[in-house]
Design a protein around this ligand. Structure first.
Ligand code: FES
Length: 102
């Protein structure tokens, strides 16, 4: 485990995202229903950035073709995406949001 502080508590409102680069990966930190989540920035369908999508409940929607992904499991909730996003542990501790991208 290699936890890295990537944001301050309160920096992201619910439904907001932050792009982060960690361990050679381009990731999205998301404040969603249920807490903080970290997933790959690129949609698993056609390599389109989920940064342009929107957060709904505990899911994120790709704005290119409309697939939703569960932020906890990374699994697509509807077509056309079929492959899950990689997910990474995120936690709030000591006033900061930490991600383990290893
Ligand atoms: S690129 Fe995301 S659903 Fe097609």
């Amino acid at each position: 485990m290699a936890w890295t502080a990537v944001a301050q508590d309160g920096e992201l409102g619910v439904g907001q995202m932050k792009r982060i680069a960690l361990s050679g990966k381009e990731l999205l930190l998301v404040n969603a229903e249920g807490g903080y989540f970290c997933v790959d920035e690129m949609c698993s369908h056609e390599e389109f950035s989920l940064w342009f999508g929107c957060v709904k409940g505990r899911s994120i929607k790709c704005s290119l073709h409309g697939s939703y992904f569960d932020l906890a499991s990374g699994k697509p909730l509807n077509e056309p995406a079929e492959c899950p996003l990689a997910t990474y542990p995120a936690k709030l501790e000591a006033g900061q949001i930490w991600v383990d991208a290893d």
